[in-house]
Design a protein around this ligand. Sequence first.
Ligand SMILES: NC(=O)c1ccc[n+]([C@@H]2O[C@H](COP(=O)([O-])OP(=O)(O)OC[C@H]3O[C@@H](n4cnc5c(N)ncnc54)[C@H](OP(=O)(O)O)[C@@H]3O)[C@@H](O)[C@H]2O)c1
Length: 238
Amino acid sequence: MGAEGMRKVCVVGASGKLGQYMVRRCLERGYEVVGVCREQSVPKLAAFDGRMTVVPGPTNDPDVIRRAVEGCDGVLTVLVPWGVRQYASGTAQAVLDHARPGARLVFSCGWHITRDGEDRYSRMFTLGVRIATVLGRLVRAVEIDDQVEACRRVFDSDTRWTVVRGSTLKEGDSEGLPVWSRHVGDPVLASDRTRRVDFALFMVAALTDDELVREAPAIVGCRTPSALAHARGPASGG
Ligand SMILES: NC(=O)c1ccc[n+]([C@@H]2O[C@H](COP(=O)([O-])OP(=O)(O)OC[C@H]3O[C@@H](n4cnc5c(N)ncnc54)[C@H](OP(=O)(O)O)[C@@H]3O)[C@@H](O)[C@H]2O)c1
């Protein structure tokens, strides 16, 4: 879908940090914006009063999502592994079930998600994910496995999806559109750092980038050392 076909966009998880950056970017692009967030988080969207529609409710509630995505050309979904009640997979499923056929669906997650098993992780990274998975389960606060299940459902769907896999996120001013690669472990990604505002930039840009349909790009900041070295290329000794 070209830029001209994108008019109305739903942001699922609009009240979080990434969600708010995406709302701002969508408004800058002139899209009509609908946001979904938990009832108690609606005040976090006060800065956008009058400029967007908010549908309050749990993002894994099919009825909430059905109402929110109605008539939307694109849906941006923040997948988070919070709680122990399949919040991420429930959210993904509701979006997959209720977005209109042909809509662009863009989901966020981290590098720990692998689509084809070809990603190469450092021992530290793998250990960190294992610890987070076990500890999260123990304290019944985080369900990393469920974010994995959410992405599996997206990968298996025949929708026009993109799963954007973020590296370690930092706050700060935008550096520009992140660069991406298909596999974690590719040298361009080595710096493992992206500004959160630029993660949002990439998610929103993906709405109108057909090259990203059914891709799971792993992203890194365009001004990081590994991205700059890649841009210079081997001929310049990068
Ligand atoms: N943090 C990182 O370094 C990092 C790295 C790579 C990828 N990512 C990915 O980036 C995306 C955004 O992550 P973020 O860390 O930047 O967080 P974020 O944008 O602040 O978003 C957190 C989201 O989780 C929701 N949430 C918080 N507690 C919840 C609960 N108990 N039950 C249900 N929802 C709850 C928040 O909703 P409320 O506003 O209602 O609280 C908000 O929508 C995620 O997809 C994550 O996998 C993050």
